[in-house]
Structure formats: structure tokens, C-alpha cells
Design a protein around this ligand. Structure first.
Ligand SMILES: [Cu+2]
Length: 165
């Protein structure tokens, strides 16, 4: 039974990794040209739009002011939609709780399956009153948005537009 659950989580992670190069890449800290501070609330971002230029490397410092766990994930709309069932599995396995992440459980499961650690360079999952950083190089023409894929939040409009000129 456990094996089946792990497989469900593993498959979406692989598909996300495979499409990673089309959305840009993890940025080099030495090449950061702009630092953008983002505040997370229940359930929206402030600001809700980022203006950047193609090929820029941007550092996002994201702070969660909300009462719930939120995600900051840079991807295409299609990738966000594909990622959502994976997040649902984290909820079903009681790893992702409404106001915290059960890191012990996540660690236990990730010993058997590395993808369970849920670390992708284009996304961070942040507990209330905590912050995280993402450095991203926008060397892509793909239309991107930052969004939260915690179940229900995307539908509530927890999306920030990335305006690339
Ligand atoms: Cu959220």
C-alpha cells in the first residue's frame, strides 16, 4: 500500500523536472540583478505582479504572513495544474497540514524516495511566520506565473503575474 502512494508522488515530480529547462533555471547568486520581496497572506501575494526582463537573475525573498502554509512556485500555468495532485498527496499523507509541514514524516518517506522531500529549485513551501528565498534565471520565453498549489489556493487566486519584457 505504501509503495502505491509513493509512486503517485514520484510521477508528477519527474514530469516537473523534465520540463524545468523550458521555464528558466536555478540562478547563480553572483548574477542577481534585483531582489524582490514578496509577502504571502491567506490567500494572496503582495505584490501580485512582478516586472522583470528576459535573462535576468532575480532573487525572491518570500515571507509568509498568513496563518496557513503557502507555496511560492515559478512555473507555467500548465505545470501548476499538473503539480496540484502532487500537493494533494502530501495533504492525504498528512505531511502538508494547514499550518505546518510535518518535516519528520517527510524525511522518513524521503529516505525511501528522494522526491518526497519535495524540493524543487523553482518552488518553496513556507510555514506561517517563516521565510525562504528563490534565485531564478529567466532565460526563457515561456509565460510564467508564481502561484501557490496548496489545495484550493490556486482556485482562490493565489497567483502572481510575471511580466517579462
Ligand atoms: Cu497558499
Amino acid at each position: 500500500m505504501k509503495k502505491i502512494i509513493l509512486l503517485f508522488i514520484l510521477i508528477p515530480c519527474i514530469s516537473i523536472a523534465a520540463s524545468m529547462n523550458m521555464i528558466g533555471e536555478k540562478g547563480d547568486p553572483a548574477q542577481v540583478v534585483k531582489v524582490v520581496k514578496v509577502k504571502m497572506y491567506d490567500n494572496y501575494y503582495e505584490p501580485s505582479e512582478f516586472k522583470i526582463k528576459k535573462n535576468q537573475t532575480i532573487k525572491f525573498i518570500v515571507y509568509n504572513h498568513g496563518e496557513f502554509v503557502h507555496e511560492f512556485n515559478i512555473a507555467t500555468k500548465e505545470m501548476h495544474l499538473k503539480h496540484q495532485p502532487e500537493m494533494m498527496k502530501l495533504v492525504e499523507n498528512e505531511i502538508l497540514l494547514s499550518d505546518r509541514i510535518d518535516k519528520k514524516k517527510m524525511k522518513e518517506l524521503s529516505k525511501k524516495n528522494h522526491s518526497m522531500s519535495h524540493s524543487h529549485s523553482n518552488s518553496v513551501l513556507i510555514e506561517p511566520n517563516k521565510s525562504a528565498e528563490i534565485i531564478w534565471k529567466f532565460n526563457t520565453d515561456a509565460e510564467l506565473e508564481a502561484a501557490c498549489n496548496v489545495p484550493g489556493h490556486y482556485e482562490l487566486g493565489m497567483i502572481a503575474k510575471i511580466d517579462k519584457t
